[in-house]
Design a protein around this ligand. Sequence first.
Ligand code: ASP
Length: 267
Amino acid sequence: MNYKIVRLNTAAKKEIEHSVLIIYTGGTLGMAYDDDGALVPFNFGKILEKIPNLNNLNISITVISFPEPIDSSNINLNHWVDMSYIIYENYDTYDGFVVLHGTDTMAYSASMLSYMLKGLNKPVIFTGAQLPISAMRSDARENLMTSLEIAISKANGKPIVPEVCIFFNHLLLRGNRAKKVQSVHFDAFESENYPPLAESGIVIDYNYASIRPYEEGKKLRCLNKLDNSVMVLKLFPGITAQVIEHCLNMKGLKRGGAGNLWFWKQS
Ligand code: ASP
């Protein structure tokens, strides 16, 4: 695929201490207004102009942009394979990864990657924004800055958050527990049945007890054989046997037995 790659050095006068790979898939965060007020993809080569505070972080940043930024409501299995493969291929080169993604399906992608990246020992932080990066009151700056900070945060030389997460509006949430709950306010995500992994204020307050710990010697594998012949069947009071039977007998639907994950074609 024809990815656009931009390399930036936020520590022009200092020694580089960290490195992050940003994967820009699309979504509101990476948009800007042109002279006529229309939304156009933001040029990440100019990100230091938009977020001068990045210069305080001392990191080398590489931005890989999808050839065509996608609205996340169009995300599909191939995009998940691409995202996980980019991380897998660049795993040893970077301290952490930040995935810029539209909010509508960010929770699906973060959840999916948490299962695809087996043995992950580095931070993969999904983030996005409710307002384009060039908008005056945009949440993009805070979301991106803090995601980068989390992606490089270490304690005793080990990453503090070696898992797939979503950072949005002050909260760091486990990727496979997060859910979009808001489209008009900045607090777009919530975590279901699991506490936030961190909260950002004056400092980033990590909830160490809830974060999956770093495990020495773990090797990353990328499970990328996916199968979408599946469905979610929501049970509700009054659902009829006929509806359930009809769904389960749908042509082409794959069935998982106990202990199987339905979306994996394990080989
Ligand atoms: N429709 C956009 C998307 O999910 C909204 C956003 O970026 O938040 O890609």
